[in-house]
Design a protein around this ligand. Structure first.
Ligand code: AMP
Length: 403
């Protein structure tokens, strides 16, 4: 079975074609600047190399049309006909309380996704546009929706409720949802596999540290708590997002600086985090480089980031009543030995101690803890596309059986 995985953003579209017989990636690509001048497809078919195709694409439908044409192109494509694609899996950011797992997409499901739009105004609309475009171009193919929030639907109520008037939860769905669920699920399952243990017997903390970053406490295979909340703004210090702050800062700024709510929102989402502290960049590579040259604010941004990840690890170990496994994933988590070491510094009292030699590696599935430590620490490159393709395959097989 061949599955096309689609991840639609507001002006971009990532895709992968996977052969699910052996879970191999046949082709991978990214469409950039959809609806903006200078749009292009960066495409790679495995074994045939990379290509960049410059072509104006005014809409997501045109972008998907272009992706499909590229996939069947006789020189750079991966398949000879679109008939070879058996199903499409879509990443959807917010599933609210309606989706605790992946689903076959129906009109009813799309309506429920639309109902979640208030909770993810930037993310859900392009996801839905991508689904509609694929439906128009491939009307006979089954499609599956995989939600970033679904894995965290197991959080107990005391974990997801905010200490606000309860009616706000009932009326507006204001509660903690969590994100990066597909990634946390994949790396936690993979860690259990690598240890040869049942995930139900493990207490795991997964650190997804990329431009967006979140930490999850996974007890007995289910998400007990995660650092992101109603939106991806809560929790860790991120590339450009503030993470946890005193909420009174918002009214203080509106009063003192006469900022509008849009300006405050923009500042918290796009001008804060390590970019805000360092004043240099949202990219940890730039900040690490500047810190090494002695830039104090770059060092402060890193110190703040490492400190807050450490605090979340400590609090989640306490919340779970112990810890067996610690996983680092995503851009920084997979690629920065310095950050992993700093985050885990002085944590031997919790059973965490990193072996510097093993840790000196980037982007490879590796156990990095010292052999004698009770907490097994890993780098596990995340693979959200594979989870989407696996869920798509299993739901489509179930659908076939029920027909
Ligand atoms: P992601 O959002 O998972 O794609 O992660 C992107 C972020 O990972 C970038 O903004 C960088 O800050 C960080 N990153 C990627 N590679 C490295 C590296 N070699 N060293 C430090 N940070 C890195």
């Amino acid at each position: 079975m061949k599955v096309l995985v689609v991840n639609c953003g507001s002006s971009s579209l990532k895709y992968q074609l996977l052969d699910m017989n052996d879970e191999s990636v046949m082709a991978i690509g990214l469409v950039e600047r959809i609806g903006i001048e200078g749009s292009r497809v960066k495409h790679e078919t495995m074994g045939k190399g990379k290509t960049v195709i410059e072509k104006e694409m005014a809409s997501h439908k045109e972008a998907i049309q272009m992706v499909l044409e590229t996939l069947i192109d006789s020189n750079i494509g991966a398949i000879s006909s679109l008939k070879e694609i058996d199903a499409v899996g879509h990443r959807v950011v917010h599933g609210g309380e309606k989706f605790a797992g992946s689903v076959i997409i129906t009109e009813e499901v799309i309506k429920a996704m639309e109902d979640c739009t208030d909770l993810a105004p930037l993310h859900n609309p392009p996801n839905i546009i991508g689904i509609r475009a694929c439906q128009e171009l491939m009307p006979d193919l089954p499609m599956v929706g995989v939600f970033d929030t679904a894995f965290h639907q197991t959080m107990p109520k005391y974990s997801y409720i905010y200490p606000l008037p309860y009616e706000l939860y009932e009326e507006l769905g204001i509660r903690r949802y969590g994100f990066h669920g597909t990634s946390h699920k994949y790396v936690s399952q993979r860690a259990a596999e690598l240890l040869g243990k049942d995930i139900k017997d493990l207490k795991i903390i997964t650190c997804h540290l990329g431009n967006g970053a979140s930490v999850t406490a996974i007890k007995n295979g289910i998400s007990l708590d995660t650092s992101m909340g109603l939106t991806p703004l809560e929790g860790l210090v991120m590339g450009t997002r503030s993470g946890d702050i005193d909420p009174a800062i918002i009214s203080f700024l509106m009063d003192k600086k006469k900022m509008t709510i849009e300006e405050v929102n923009d500042m918290l989402n796009k001008k804060s985090g390590v970019l805000g502290i360092s004043g240099i960049s949202s990219d940890f590579r730039d900040i690490e480089q500047e810190a090494k040259k002695g830039n104090e604010r770059a060092q402060l941004a890193l110190d703040k980031f490492h400190f807050i990840v450490k605090k979340y690890i400590g609090s989640y170990a306490a919340a779970m009543g112990g810890l067996d496994v610690l996983v680092f994933t995503a851009g920084l988590g997979e690629n920065s030995p310095e950050s992993r070491l700093k985050i885990c510094e002085d944590m031997a009292f919790l059973g965490i101690d990193i072996d510097e030699a093993k840790n000196n590696i980037r982007g490879k599935e590796t156990m990095i803890s010292k052999d004698n430590m009770s907490v097994k620490a890993f780098i596990i490159p995340t693979n959200e596309e594979l989870v989407i393709a696996r869920d798509t395959k299993s739901l489509v097989k179930m659908l076939d059986k029920s027909l």
